[in-house]
Design a binder for this molecule. Structure first.
Ligand code: FMN
Length: 405
């Protein structure tokens, strides 16, 4: 029996009223498995059943769009219509049958949508920092409608059997656009100073909380600061987290707000040693130093210094040593991973059985470049997938502009 002193990520953890079997979290990862109407498929049920059997303490879905205009990419899961509830319920049932816990990540893409037939909306007419697409400015009526859509989405999530709600207020999507002085140039009730910029997220949180009640955990991925010049300062980001904690937020997952590229958040080749690069055929990395792990650790430390709230640390967690170190230092309460779970859905069970060291994922980001085109999977586990990927790169019938490997 392994000691949870050596492996603190294996100890049970609490988020709100809920006890989780361990501190290992599957971070939100878009699945590209929905039908054209945003409804869940058998592939979703299999994926989340496998992840739950794999032993993670908490699963967070890929982002679910709360209204049609908020869809980010093709084949994304939606929660914008009552039609979506039945498929989502099949997913949560598969998770619960395996003893797992699952939160719904609620999101709106705002100016960051890559859907060609959606006219993007945003707080102000500021081209999206990643895709440079120009949005329409939201009216006060639009703003009220989107807040209401988050509330209705939370109601649907409860009807579908989710155990909690995770709000997506990071990585350039609509909530982080309102938070940012770069994207939010308004001077009305919804922008103009820090308090008014934070109002949209506060109102969304309040309505979601009112909808689910005080016993259901509500957590959020929050951009602590922006990666773009002239964006959200860390001081303002921390004050916003403090405000939400006072409102009752149960945990925060730290990340960037606005970004210039997805690779600022989804960093390639994190933690990859020479041996792993050789073993996995990532030959161009054999003579490079590993990209540092735990790249949001300074954000987690800053939150821990200022706010009394459970912190979920995501971003390049790749070795059990780093996971233990982060938790022993008190920098985070939960360890979240996205790409490693694409490759090894049963990673927590392996770790519980004594596996130590580096995860198998080399963070090549091939799974990322296929988001919106192909169902989520690791393209490195079978040679024929790698060959297919190489062909796809050459044919490049892709809809994205700025996703890099
Ligand atoms: C294919 C792919 C899809 C992603 N989809 C989402 C998403 O739907 N919502 C979200 O908050 N983050 C999403 N992310 C970001 C991850 O949650 C995570 O922040 C990032 O990959 C860094 O963590 P990692 O190093 O453990 O992969 C996605 C990442 C990848 C690779």
């Amino acid at each position: 029996m392994l000691s949870t002193v050596d492996a603190p990520y294996l100890a049970p953890g609490r988020i709100g009223a809920l006890t989780l079997r361990n501190r290992l979290v599957r971070a939100a990862t878009g699945e590209t498995m929905a039908n054209a109407e945003g409804e869940a498929s058998d592939a979703h049920v299999r994926l989340y059943g496998d992840l739950a059997r794999g032993g993670a303490g908490l699963l967070i879905t890929g982002h679910l769009f709360v209204e049609q205009r908020g869809q980010y990419a093709p084949f994304q899961l939606g929660i914008h219509d009552d039609r979506c509830v039945a498929g989502l319920r099949r997913m949560t049932e598969a998770v619960h049958a395996a003893g797992g816990v699952i939160f719904a990540e609620l999101a709106h893409a705002g100016s960051q949508t890559v859907m060609r037939d959606i006219e993007p909306v945003a707080p102000s007419v500021v081209p999206n920092a990643i895709y440079a697409r120009q949005p329409n400015e939201m009216s006060a009526i639009d703003i009220g409608a989107v807040i209401a859509a988050f509330g209705t989405a939370a109601r649907r999530a409860m009807a579908a059997g989710f155990d909690g709600i995770h709000l997506h207020s990071g990585n350039g999507y609509l909530l982080s656009q309102f938070n940012s002085p770069f994207a939010n140039r308004r001077d009305d009730d919804w922008g103009g100073d820090a308090d008014r910029r934070g109002r949209f997220l506060r109102e969304v949180y309040r309505l979601v909380r009112q909808t689910v009640g005080s016993n259901v955990p509500v957590t959020a991925r929050i951009g602590v600061t922006d990666a773009v010049a002239g964006g959200l300062s860390m001081e303002e980001g921390l004050a916003r987290i403090k405000m939400l904690r006072t409102e009752g937020l149960d945990a925060v997952e730290v990340t960037y707000g606005l970004m210039n590229s997805y690779t600022e958040n989804i960093r390639p080749y994190t933690g990859i040693t020479r041996a792993r690069a050789l073993a996995d055929g990532v030959l161009h990395r054999v003579f490079s130093s590993p990209v540092p792990e735990a790249y949001y650790r300074p954000f987690a430390q800053a939150v821990k210094r200022q706010v009394d709230i459970p912190v979920i640390l995501v971003g390049g967690m790749r070795t059990t040593d780093t996971m233990a170190d982060v938790m022993h230092a008190g920098d985070a309460d939960f360890i979240a991973m996205a790409r490693p779970f694409v490759r090894e859905p049963d990673l927590p069970n392996q770790i519980a059985a004594g596996r130590r060291g580096l995860v198998d994922c080399v963070s090549c980001n091939i799974c990322l470049v296929h988001e919106g085109s192909d169902a989520l999977k690791c393209w490195r586990t079978r040679w024929r997938d790698l060959v297919r990927h190489a062909y796809w790169r050459i044919a490049r019938r892709n809809w994205t502009i700025n996703q890099e490997e």
